[in-house]
Design a binder for this molecule. Structure first.
Ligand code: XUL
Length: 571
């Protein structure tokens, strides 16, 4: 299929801390990669920390858009050096961006993008195209008031979720726009277009403002998923009573076919980096939608992304929205959706538990050995013998969103059948590693149970395969517990590209867009070319008869524990 002169595809990922680029051939083989690390490359120029600025007083978290412009030139310079063959073989470009972030362009933007001069760099030419130098980041927490307004706009939170796929969330672009319109009215009035981070990057490459994509448009609380159009009521809420049409124009209509090219790459990149003038720019999507494109993900397969945050992703034809989780349009497959749970307390919460162990390695030499030993030496739910109570806990170093519970450590126990849930007194720190990983997995199981059914042979309802990505996917003890709790009838697998899944998903998306046959879905095309060997590694058996059911017994008690804590805050 691929030959020495065959087509190549480039995928980007503009995440919170890095811009990555990855080039693959038609056989999905990686040819070259490059990355820019914002703190490593630009911390001095932009005074960022972990890619962003934080304003504690307001809860705002935001990133400098100019830094992303500089990063695109820098990552392409690096890629150019890394490429073993000519850049002109790249036929298509796509990629992903951190979800929900927005870029506010002024009325000069179109012209400045169209007339980019390859003798200059992007940042020098495009800073004047911005109405606002900052992009609100997904970690932002400044929009509680706006979220309350969104949650009640259509009746209640559940109704909002039914219409937009999600209840209101601080980071969602609709509440963010609503707030910025009020706190920076001049900036908002000067804004002629608003991009999401994904379509911003596509716009730079296209040399024109690119439409939003079918998946990412659902991360705003503005898109009516059942009707597949903007909700006029929600536009009026975010854009102001008389401002719904104006906001509709600012956002522009999304492109509903994730595989339809926007057009040729801008001449700037042709002259500067040797791209082929016919290279096509294919819609960029959000980083989570792109993650589900890093492999042929079948309905009933799940991806657990174990990064700074934890996300649980499924590709499903069933639209069953609920205020505590998210549905997005699938980025490539009409009639399918991406189901997502997104937790703030992921890797950093596990690190806190690790560092509190009696034998923890000194600060700076953190090792997971003691943590893993503790996980594997503790029986499920810490029930060693008949009569022992099952232990359940929540470990939040930040206020969680799923559910919205305050920061803190909460320890409970119940009978093994889930009855008699009570607050527990302290227990040994060595028990916490297992209980935190179980807790994170139980929460995913609780919230995804409506989406799974028996995969075969009258096995209990559960995912078929579970794929782990992100930093935590390297940890065998975590893989074991994920399998114990969530099952996985065909096992738990680690994706070898781990941290690069979104960029790879972007590259595959470009490939599919340009090589698909009439009606061929993304998963059909990728499944034909994808070789498991070298792409994934089986890291746990997954479903274990008996153990899986034990966790099922306490699932109700786990929900009860969350509800007790929620009720305490309300009272
Ligand atoms: C998803 C979310 C995060 C960002 C990370 O809703 O906010 O996963 O996409 O970049």
């Amino acid at each position: 299929m691929s030959d020495d002169n065959g087509p190549l595809y480039l995928g980007f990922d503009l995440s919170t801390q890095q811009l990555k680029a990855i080039v693959v051939n038609s056989d999905l083989k990686t040819i070259a990669q490059a990355k820019v690390d914002f703190d490593g490359d630009f911390a001095r120029d932009y005074e960022i920390h972990k890619g962003v600025h934080v304003r504690e007083e307001t809860g705002e978290v935001f990133a400098p858009v100019a830094m992303w412009m500089e990063s695109l030139d820098l990552v392409l310079e690096r890629l150019y050096q890394e490429m073993p063959v000519s850049m002109s073989r790249i036929c298509g470009v796509s990629g992903s961006g951190q979800q929900h972030g927005s870029v506010f362009w002024n009325s000069d933007a179109e012209e400045l993008l169209r007339e980019l001069d390859p003798k200059e760099d992007l940042v020098t030419q495009l800073t004047d195209a911005l109405a606002h130098e900052w992009s609100p980041n997904w970690q932002d927490q400044s929009t509680q008031k706006e979220c309350d307004a969104f949650d009640s706009a259509l009746g209640d939170r559940e109704k909002l979720a039914e219409v937009t796929g999600s209840g209101a969330h601080h980071r969602f672009t609709g509440p963010q726009i609503m707030r910025l319109r009020q706190v920076l009215p001049r900036m908002y009035a000067n804004t002629s277009r608003i991009s999401l981070v994904s379509s911003f990057l596509a716009s730079l490459l296209l040399g024109s403002i690119a439409p939003l994509d079918v998946g990412d448009v659902c991360g705003m609380n503005l898109w009516d998923i059942p009707k597949q159009e903007y909700s006029s009521e929600l536009l009026a809420l975010a854009g102001g009573e008389q401002g719904a049409d104006d906001l509709r124009k600012k956002l522009g209509e999304p492109q509903m076919d994730g595989g339809k090219s926007f057009g040729n790459i801008s001449q700037y990149f042709v002259y500067k980096y040797g791209f082929n003038p016919d290279c096509q720019v294919v819609p960029f999507t959000g980083d989570n939608p792109a993650t589900i494109l890093a492999l042929p993900l079948r309905p009933l397969d799940a991806i657990v992304s174990l990064g700074t945050s934890t996300t649980f992703l499924m590709n499903t034809p069933a639209y069953k929205p609920d205020g505590s989780y998210h549905f997005f349009n699938h980025p490539t497959t009409k009639g399918h959706y991406m189901f997502m749970l997104c937790y703030k307390n992921g890797g950093l919460a596990r690190e806190k538990v690790r560092d509190a162990l009696p034998n923890a390695a000194p600060a700076g030499q953190a090792s997971w050995d003691e943590f893993n030993k503790a996980v594997l030496n503790t029986p499920p739910l810490d029930v060693a013998r008949d009569g022992d109570k099952a232990k359940l806990g929540l470990y939040y170093y930040l206020r969680e969103t799923v559910p919205n519970i305050r920061a803190g450590t909460f320890r409970f126990h119940c009978e093994t059948d889930g009855s008699n849930l009570q607050q527990a007194s302290e227990w040994s720190r060595e028990v916490d590693p297992r209980i935190i990983v179980e807790s994170q997995s139980l929460s995913m199981r609780l919230r995804s149970q409506k989406l799974v059914h028996s995969p075969r042979d009258s096995l209990p309802a559960q995912p078929r395969r579970i794929y782990l990505v992100g930093g935590g996917s390297m940890n065998p003890a975590i893989a074991r517990v994920v399998g114990d709790v969530l099952g996985g009838a065909d096992g738990v697998y680690k994706l070898d590209v781990g941290g690069n899944a979104c960029a790879l998903g972007g590259a595959y998306k470009a490939l599919w867009a340009l090589e698909r046959k009439q009606g061929e879905t993304f998963d059909e095309l990728i499944a034909k070319r994808w070789k498991e060997e070298g792409s994934i590694e089986r890291v746990d058996h997954g479903f274990k008869d008996g153990i899986y059911q034990k966790y099922g017994e306490v699932l109700g008690a786990f929900g009860e524990m969350e509800n007790k804590l929620l009720a305490e805050e309300k009272s």
